[in-house]
Design a protein around this ligand. Structure first.
Ligand code: TLP
Length: 345
């Protein structure tokens, strides 16, 4: 059975065009920098983001970790959102592997970190204090609703960073969703950042991989650390080939996922027992709660949905995130709404 999979955009399988490109990819040993397909992907990604260089990494988690390891020394502190992926969902890698201490501050409803909170959390020079080295933003902010941060906001955080000799890293796992949603230029969105990570393996539909971009010097250091972490992959052009199609063809179609997320939310709002978040969706994520009147747990709802051919995540007892992506068409949206109506009846 072909399920309609709304659990994440990470579930996207490669498109037929990607599979073809993967089969035909010209490859070489990428640790020797001999893989022409990887080299092309890295040049394309850097160019798209307006950065000097980029490096292909196996996952967003490794991309973020490398950025933190390059920017920070052991014992340094990084200002992060308390709802950020790097803080909550990366297995504590920054601390475990880098000896880096997170300084979590609240994510506001709009996904931002309040500028005053950032300023207040920058450590003063004092023998007792860790050294603040880095600010980390997430765009789009996943847990806050897939909400995009603006060019203007990012510019202001960049000014704070520069004013205090701090670096700014953007976890831009879904930076192209953020750009499309606001009709913003992705280069402008990331211009204030010293480093940016984005994922090919989410809405851009590639099977594997993320890119980390920054200055040439920064990426050279990241390349060394990627090898240290065991992320030096050999004939990896077979995967990079799919990433090239992501950059060529997928970045511009993400608006379709946003329109479908909106249709999904509109449909779900008409169902008794589902309370879609007020402003949801901002991009490709619909967030909702089960109404108090619903006697089912999310696990039970998810099981009923599965029987209807729709996969949803039941991580939280009352709250749910649904994500649209390349493989969710209009028909899938309609069927999903019907499945929810039936599951809750
Ligand atoms: N997010 C996944 C899960 O890990 C939660 C998802 O389904 O959304 N930054 C952000 C903002 C992310 O959402 C994710 C993945 C990552 C980094 C990590 O990317 P991967 O999974 O490639 O390590």
């Amino acid at each position: 059975m072909e399920y309609i999979d709304l659990r994440s955009d990470t579930v996207t399988k490669p498109t037929p065009e990607m599979r073809e490109a993967m089969a035909e990819a010209e490859v070489g040993d990428d640790v020797f920098r001999d893989d022409p397909t990887v080299n092309r992907l890295e040049a394309m990604a850097a160019e798209k983001l307006g950065k000097e260089a980029s490096i292909f990494v196996p996952s967003g988690t490794m991309g973020n970790l490398l950025a933190l390891l390059v920017h920070c020394q052991r014992g340094d502190e990084v200002i992060v959102g308390n709802q950020s992926h790097v803080y909550l969902n990366e297995a504590g890698g920054m601390s475990a592997l880098g000896g880096i201490q997170p300084c979590p501050i609240p994510n506001q409803k709009d996904g931002t970190l309040a500028l005053d909170d950032i300023l207040a959390s920058i450590r003063t020079e004092d023998v007792h204090h860790p050294i603040t080295r880095l600010i980390c933003l997430e765009n789009t902010q996943n847990i806050c609703g897939g909400v995009p941060l603006t060019v203007e906001y990012t510019r202001r955080v960049g000014e704070i960073a520069r004013g205090h000799a701090l670096a700014l890293h953007i976890d831009g796992a879904r930076i192209f969703n953020a750009a499309i949603a606001q009709d913003a230029d992705v280069k402008e969105l990331v211009a204030p950042a010293d480093s940016v990570m984005f994922c090919l393996s989410k809405g851009l539909a590639a099977p594997i991989g993320s890119m980390l971009a920054g200055t040439g010097k920064f990426i050279a250091r990241a390349r060394h650390l990627r090898k240290m972490l065991g992320g030096g992959m050999r004939q990896v052009g077979v995967i990079a080939a799919a990433g090239i199609i992501s950059l060529e063809k997928m970045t511009t179609r993400l608006g379709e996922d946003h329109v479908r997320a909106r249709k999904l939310a509109d449909g779900l709002r008409r169902i008794d027992g589902i309370v879609v978040d007020e402003n949801s969706p901002y991009t490709n994520m619909v967030y909702l709660n089960l109404a108090d009147s619903v006697p089912l747990t999310m696990r039970q709802v998810a099981e009923r949905m599965r029987r209807e051919g729709v996969l949803v995540d039941a991580d939280h007892p009352r709250r749910l995130r649904l994500v649209t992506h390349y493989w969710i068409d209009d028909d899938a949206v309609e069927k999903s709404v019907e499945a929810f109506a039936k599951a809750l009846r």
